[in-house]
Design a protein around this ligand. Sequence first.
Ligand code: NDP
Length: 327
Amino acid sequence: AKKPVRVTVTGAAGQIGYAMLYRIASGAMLGPDQPVILQMLELPLEKPQQALKGCMMELEDCAFPLLADMVGTGDPKVAFKDADYALLVGARPRGPGMERKDLLSANAQIFTEQGKAMNEVASRDIRVIVVGNPANTNCYIAMKSAPDLPKANFTSMMRLDHNRAVYHLAAKVGKTVNDVEKMVVWGNHSPTMYPDIRFATIAGQPASKLVDEAWYRNEYIPMIGKRGATVIEARGLSSAASAANAAITHMRDWALGTNGKWVTMGLPSDGSYGIPEDILYGVPVTCTPGKYERVKGLEIDAFSREKMDATLKELLEEQAAVKDLVG
Ligand code: NDP
């Protein structure tokens, strides 16, 4: 039998955490033969710790064969101890009357502390995905706070945008998600992200030939950008199940590979596509077990450049707002 791996989940008792823990413990993330130890972090306050205890009771009662052990804690140094994978979900939610800058700086503190803790106690090969918003910038902060860990191991979640883009493209032409290849979503996980279908195929046919350009630009792009808000409107709660699913599939593909299929990950830029180094930016990748590789050399036309620069501008502004808080 394989040796168990340690998986840290922060904000574990929140909506997304609750939609995530049981799937990780069931093997949906790392495969049906990989035992896991769940290390769950919640705020060190009575209510979240109590809620976390409840989640752990349910984990016990699921009797998951792959759940080798679990830890619930309010201390990042306990939560990240020897962790092989980390899903950073917990973040400060936007409160009423809260300025963007306040949100950024509250989160900068959380992700600085967590980056430092990982730097100190996690596996030297820990693989990280940041889900908590603003995810790209929070990931940048965690990465900068963990100078002893490989930068390439810090990623942010663009997969929900990617999955939404794939589904709605397939649905438009009456096909299924299995028919769609080579989708790309560039940039920030925010309404500025740019779903680029120029390389996409649907059942082998170029997507751009199957859908109308005006529909793509005027309806599809805004619809993908606003999908989160549309779900909130319908459900009265944010899109937790699809966010949890996106994080799990991001980690699964990174750990187990994609067999040549393109997926989108937020990665610290290597300078390609005109994106300044270290900015966390959604790019297309393929994965082999344990390793992602950027899809390089794609042609960027004028429309795409404009869209990619707009989402980059937003990321640069976020980064400037937290500059003084990052060491
Ligand atoms: P959720 O579980 O719904 O969301 C958690 C984070 O994920 C938020 O930042 C949210 O952003 C983000 N997110 C990213 N993509 C999506 C998406 N598609 N849909 C919805 N959210 C998305 O929040 P809860 O408030 O239910 O739970 C958060 C938990 O984190 C709480 O239990 C809290 O106690 C905990 N927490 C833990 C910390 C820690 O471990 N140190 C620090 C701070 C909080 P957005 O706000 O934009 O919706």
